[in-house]
Design a binder for this molecule. Sequence first.
Ligand SMILES: *Cc1c(COP(=O)(O)O)cnc(C)c1O
Length: 495
Amino acid sequence: MDVISRNDALRAIPSVEEILKELDGDKSLSQIPRLLVTDCVRKTIDYTRACILTDKPTPTEPATIARLARESAQSLTLPSLKKVINVSGIIIHTNLGRSNLADEAIAAVCSVAKNYSTLEYDPSSLSRGSRHSHCEQLICALTGAEAAIAVNNNAAAVMMVLSEFAAGKEAIVSRGELIEIGGSFRIPDIMEFSQALMVEVGTTNKTHLADYESAITDKTALLLKVHPSNYRMIGFTETVDAGSLRHLADSENKRRRTENPTSTEMRNASLLVYEDLGSGALIPLACFGEYPEPTISQSLESGCDLVSFSGDKLLGGPQAGIVVGKKEYIDRLKKNPLARALRLDKMTLAALEATLRIYLDPKKACKNIPTLAMLSITDEELHERSMRLLNALSKELSPDCVELSVVEDIAQAGGGSLPMSNIPSYVVRIKFLRGNAQKCEEYLIKERSIPIIPRIKKEAILCDVRTLMSEEDLFEIVAAFKEYFATLVQEKDRG
Ligand SMILES: *Cc1c(COP(=O)(O)O)cnc(C)c1O
């Protein structure tokens, strides 16, 4: 745009007053404070000006700007964090909230949310209690650990362990385990932030025990193992298991004690083995397939001093990070200021405690904890559920619009869990004879009050009903598709 027409465009922008007059008496804005409406108008005008200055095409008619301002004001009254229906085939979908809670956990959350609770009160002694106490015994019972502490998430847990035990000291980690988890969690960055000196050993594909061995110095505080949750290395590879690291740490600790028999600091200078296990499976599941996810107990049994994992991945609970291990080390973590800063709130604690309690009966866990139920649903049930959706859709959708079928496809655990375990699944395939898959997907996600998240494959929409939460959701999907084709007809009539 040349200078003159740009100036003309800028001059054509209506004033705030003009737009406010345009919105005067608009019933849809009657519940919104005048100041907020004015603010939305101002921001919309600023946006229009910015568009003109950067040569982006933008309407400047008062009616259009008023409409945009109205929409932005109205959006303030609508929930932003809301339910969606996930039929994407990704079970632990980080963008969609990872794990849904079991009914027992939801009831526990509601109760502590509504009422006073024993959060930091111990009724048995009529005195102050600890919020760490509610889950610790259960976690220990389920993992065989001596002690446990839960914080905000696993990233927080890793940070806390590193800063307690390795700040200003060295932590040895294999180059094959310097991973990035989605959402900017990178092991090297967390190490730096915790002021642990990262000592990388081995190569990307192969790390040997001798690599760790020769990297150990008097300043080494930690042998860190990181479970490569979201990827697998196959081919010419080698990693060192936690058991071998245990032996190495034991002989180093023995050396330190014999070479410094009088040093009182020797206990704190112990070399620890710590594994960040990521997904945190409490029980082995059949769907782990040929790449079994190590369980927390296995990791502890193989000799780790500390193990950390997420609460909302394979565990199927609320967002949390749990550290388990030797009591003397967990006690130190409990006293770390980060444990206070990163502590869990009462609702999360209630959900975590209730979720863990279900695991006392593993069969019940696979049934009642949605994430586990979705992972362990039988083929027959999945096929039957897919057929139910197919039949409901075919009742409502004209064969002129769609071709419906139930086909085999692949579901994924997601959330950086079970990367290679493609889970064979049945999905409902919707092929478009009218409209198209992209436009329909956009409609399902953008235009519905309950967005529906499917996936697209070869110009067709696939609905994986493995992750469906209820029969109502199934009918919501049917209603949404029906409505999409109705909008096509309206468009045609108008055109
Ligand atoms: C997921 C994951 C994390 C981060 O856990 P959050 O609970 O998301 O903070 C850290 N390490 C590993 C290995 C993971 O898989």
